[in-house]
Write a protein that binds this ligand. Sequence first.
Ligand code: GTP
Ligand code: SPV
Ligand code: MN
Length: 744
Amino acid sequence: MIPALPKCMLPLTWDSPSLGLAKEFIEYAVSVCKPDEVMVFDGRRESWIQSCEDLVKSGSFLKLNPYIWPNCYLSRSNPVDVARSEDRTFMCLKDGETLYRKPHNQIPPQLGFKWGCRAGEYDPEKKRELSTEEMRQCLLKRFEGCMVGRTMYVIPFSMGPVSSEFAKLGIQITDSLYVVANMYTMTHTGMGIISKIAEGSPFVPCWHSTGFPLEAGEKDVCWPCRLLPSDRYIAHFTQPDPAHPRLGEYSIMSYGSGYGGNAILGKKCYALRIASNMARRDKVKWMAEHMLILHVTYTPCIGIDEVTKKKKYGPAEYFTVTGAFPSACGKTNLAMLQVPKEFSDEWKVSCVGDDIAWIRFDSKGRMCAINPESGFFGVAPGTSDYTNRNAMETLRGGNTIFTNVGVTVEGDVWWDGLTEDPPKGLVDWRGHRMQDDAWRDEDKEKEKMKKKQFIKSAAHPNSRYTTPCAQCPIIDPEWNTGKGFPIDVMLFGGRRSQLMPLAVRTRDWNQGVLAAATLRSEGTAAVQDRVVGTLSFDPMAMRPFIGYNVGDYFNHWIEMGKMASDQYRPDIYVVNWFRKDAEGRFLWEGFSENFRIVRWACLQAKERREGKECASSSSCTPSSSSSCAASKCCGAETPLGYAPSPCALGLDLKSEESKHVLKDPSILSVCECKCEDGKCVVGKLLDDGWFNELKERKAFLELLEEDLGKELKKEFNELVDRFASAGMKAPAEMKIEDLHFQLE
Ligand code: GTP
Ligand code: SPV
Ligand code: MN
């Protein structure tokens, strides 16, 4: 039975024609999910506060101390539901279309993943993955009666400011008030979206349920979810539902989890997986990428005014840098970067977005990015006033939901890295009171171990904060205007404790696309059940978010490069903040210091803009210890691309300060670099791991079989040849040529 009236804070009647197609979706969802009542979330701040207060009343939220954390709340998830369930994520495409041609169980295990996202669940009886319509039926069966005894919340939302031409609309139905509260911060919500839908704007129906109906009289739990991982489904459809074709091609059905990207459907599900599919399909091509967006202003000092004795500055120049790093690999931190003091006179940065970039061409052929989100869903551990003061200030602005962090009896929060020592009176993320000072020991070595253990159990490693972008002290004034920021530089980076150098600039677009396509990274806690530290391929940091065939996705990148104007095509860099020494210590200071790479890249973009050929400077090689004035030089050309010199990064390796930032200059390049006859000469390879690395990259690319275009195969062969010229040797049983792709 369909309830008579959806409740909401604005006049709206169930039969109102102003609901348009939204009505068809809500009625459909109600008839399947059978909630006791329906509420429309109207997107007002009062309604957000009301939702949070209701969550406090039901015991799902804890109100934090308002003197420290105004309007802030703590939520604790069920310990089995703490991160994205990548292996339960499905891209259900047109039948016959898959992300990889090989079924997931034939993907070689050494590639480090089995699922991009899978096309359908594997059915052991049928001995194949379910088809798209079988998956839809499977999901509809799960949703059948899933909201009995509960309220269905209806959230109209927009990804991108509603007024922007980039904006895309959705309606999420959910039985989780926690999800409502998060969607309010992370997306643009409000009744204006219903009006737009009524006027005919398309929207994506987004189904979400925790899969925990309540029998009459049954007491609710604080975090409803399905306990068995195999009971969770995060499914994406790109074909119309045959029963409701008017609702359009796209829909999302997420069942069984209440956490993050599994449940806040505007984010990874819509703004990446569905949007990337739309971006390739739409007549005017665009891209949806897993990228932060940083806006940089450079006002060069051009001398001293003779009269006032004050510095004179030239006109400001602007740059946009995007960065694609896998989950928990540094996007949010780079997006809120603090410029080191020594550069802050001439350089300023502002944050446009920290996770997702939608990229379209403007009339000049520039690739322009917007941030479709309106909040940050950031990793808490590691965030502090030392590492990321801007993030801390954002949180201190209030209106923040913390999930799975530790809390003190005073109602303050705590996680690994927030302060040097854990505070007294700590309650861990599962709600257990921790014994004060239990980590102290007279034996200092023992104390170190005990402290590490203690700290680790306070907050979950994937504990998060949900906080409004608008509160970030360095948010760009135009972040939310819908204006696209023309991209100058794209950074790609993974977590690689070995082999990969700190930074390289690739020579051109196709070389950069190959480098990004073969990005690898060590696993983090952001993914449920992933072994932390194991190496896995993560092309463009998008492996779990690509919404169509991966070979076609790479080809789309190549095509986008061709469409860009020569003058404005972004430079592509590969970076790695995470090289470690044998003892497991980071060799690069990271955080603020990453600005050195941003600056180096912007200065090269400036040269390109000015039509200057970026030449490597003789006195400026990656391993040279002398300082030089050539801060703009692009450095030596290694097989991977141009490596920065210390001075290009503003480092003087003789100074203690620089040694603190860069503990081992050999991470600057894959080769020894020398200066001979005033020319930069690249010497022998520093690591003999490259043959194996290239072999594994080839195995990954081979997965794509005939879907992989010839441009990338050709680029790959050239990469192999450059390494061979640098002295890369094949192991006894193999030849260099084994690494080559056959090109017709
Ligand atoms: P998602 O939100 O999951 O997509 O992660 P993210 O890419 O936004 O990563 P984030 O910036 O939240 O950083 C993840 C973890 O890496 C945090 O614990 C950070 O403290 C840490 N981190 C970020 N940048 C650096 C860096 O430059 N060096 C080191 N050593 N750690 C870093
Ligand atoms: C990520 O895992 O990349 C996140 C967190 O940003 S979640 O939104 O849960 O996907
Ligand atoms: Mn992040």
